[in-house]
Write a protein that binds this ligand. Structure first.
Ligand SMILES: [Zn+2]
Length: 474
């Protein structure tokens, strides 16, 4: 009898316990951490140029800025890294390391490069070779940063909004009078009618070929008592520039937004972060006006911080949201050169370059032609969609054109969507198909622009499907 009563009590207790589990309100939590990733060995080659460029001065520190969100059922990781470009293999390794300790699935991790052109090269692109030791260091630091952000999880509230900063988003690609656009061999461009940064005084330019997105999208996380934990923003301009090794305006933004939000120095420290949106054909430099506005990383950061703060003022914070995240692998054709083109490029290199680093545009594109011929015919990459309540994030590993970002947002079923480029790998520029007829740098066949002509609509369609799917998640 006694045994029966005990069993009865245990079973009833378990059932009640389960019911309590099921009906217990989910507690939303967030944790953030910025980990230093400044190179320790100098000088370094920085990415983002046609020929290699070395820098030995540290202008400001580089970071991997990590945010972990937890709705009580799912965890999502968002990271920005002060880097120009990072390939999938490296980021997959960082995610796998972080997953071992946190048990967060790698498919729930979004890591993007800010596109600072003043950070050490971690992948080979144009004439710049990667620093393999720095790449290994960066991989470990990203993983450590995620783990620490996970350890910093605390009950939190979250909100999102959007502002606008049209001062530093200009289409840098212009349609030119026939025969006047910059042209070089080995690019697969039959004609070039488009030119990047033609100059405000250039009378051969006709009109910009694209439309920038001036949005400053903001996701803000606070403790239950209202202490800022992190602010994750997004803006669609290429970069601003810096003299030495630097996090560019992305780093200045991260510092400034903390000051403006009056984040104190208490541990865990506030983390400001900004991802790069759709800036493949967009930069800070107004090619239309002869009275071009002066800018540097501080000026750009302050303007974007102003817009972010205005958006922040409109945020309605929630202490419960549903998180959802989905990741898909896409496989698209690589625009590979013909055997004749490869032979011509190789002959040019043998005659003019031999074993020295490349110095000129034709040398670079001859080398890229040879390198592309050795790649698989199909390029595989990840795209992601995240849902944070009614807020959506779409991420692709490309340098998206401004118009592509605007289209993804317009087609999104979410009331507000952020578009993150250079995410989870690097698949090059993603010109909308009609842009190939104009030629110009961002369409030229290289590792920086290698996907098939119809890649842009295919990626947009996939992201729209994923956002639609994720909107239904519970
Ligand atoms: Zn760039």
């Amino acid at each position: 009898m006694k045994q029966f009563t005990l069993s009865f009590l245990i079973i009833t207790g378990l059932l009640l316990g389960c019911q309590i589990c099921l009906s217990a309100p989910r507690v939303f939590r967030a944790g953030a951490h910025a980990i230093d990733v400044t190179p320790t060995k100098l000088p370094v080659r920085v990415a983002g140029n046609i020929s290699e460029m070395w820098k030995s001065d540290i202008t400001d520190r580089l970071h991997a800025r990590c945010l972990v969100l937890d709705d009580g059922a799912k965890l999502v990781v968002i990271v920005t890294v002060d880097s120009c470009l990072m390939d999938r293999e490296m980021l997959d390794a960082a995610k796998a390391k972080a997953s071992v300790e946190t048990k967060i699935p790698v498919a729930n991790m979004l890591i993007s490069a800010t596109h600072a052109h003043s950070a050490p090269a971690v992948m080979g692109v144009h004439g710049t070779e990667p620093h393999l030791d720095y790449r290994e260091f960066l991989t470990k630091q990203i993983a450590k940063g995620i783990v620490q952000a996970y350890r910093n999880l605390q009950p939190a509230k979250i909100g999102w909004s959007v502002g606008q900063c049209d001062e530093y988003v200009f289409c840098r690609r212009w349609l030119m009078k026939p025969g006047t656009a910059f042209s070089i061999p080995f690019t697969d461009a039959k004609t070039n009618l488009a030119q990047m940064n033609p100059g405000s005084g250039n009378t051969n330019k006709i009109r910009p070929t694209g439309t920038p997105d001036p949005s400053v999208t903001v996701l803000s996380v606070q403790s239950i008592s209202g202490k800022p934990i992190a602010l994750y923003a997004n803006y669609s301009t290429h970069y601003a520039g810096a003299p030495g090794i630097s996090a560019d305006y992305f780093g200045v933004f991260a510092e400034e937004i903390g000051k403006r939000l009056k984040a104190d120095g208490d541990s865990p420290a506030f983390v400001g972060m900004i991802s790069n949106g759709a800036s493949g054909d967009v930069n800070c430099s107004d090619q239309a006006s002869s009275a071009r506005k002066k800018y540097d990383r501080f000026i750009v950061a302050r303007a974007v911080v102003d817009a972010a703060m205005e958006a922040h003022g409109k945020i309605k914070f929630r202490d419960r949201v549903t998180l959802g995240m989905t990741e898909s692998e896409m496989a698209l054709r690589v625009r590979k050169p013909s055997a004749a083109e490869v032979a011509e490029a190789q002959a040019y290199l043998d005659k003019n370059v031999k074993d020295r680093p490349i110095k000129t545009w034709p040398e670079d594109y001859a080398r890229e032609t040879v390198l592309l011929s050795k790649l698989p015919d199909t390029h595989r990459f990840k795209v992601q969609a995240i849902r944070i309540g009614e807020f959506g994030i779409a991420a692709a590993p490309c340098e998206l054109y401004g118009l592509t970002g605007l289209r993804i947002k317009k087609d999104s079923p979410m009331p507000l969507t952020m578009v993150v480029g250079l995410a989870n790998g690097y698949s090059g520029y993603l010109p909308p198909p009609d842009q190939f007829q104009y030629g110009g740098y961002t369409t030229w066949r290289a590792r920086t622009s290698m996907l098939e002509h119809n890649a842009e609509p295919k990626i947009r369609k996939k992201l729209q499907e994923m956002l639609t799917h994720i909107k239904q998640s519970q």
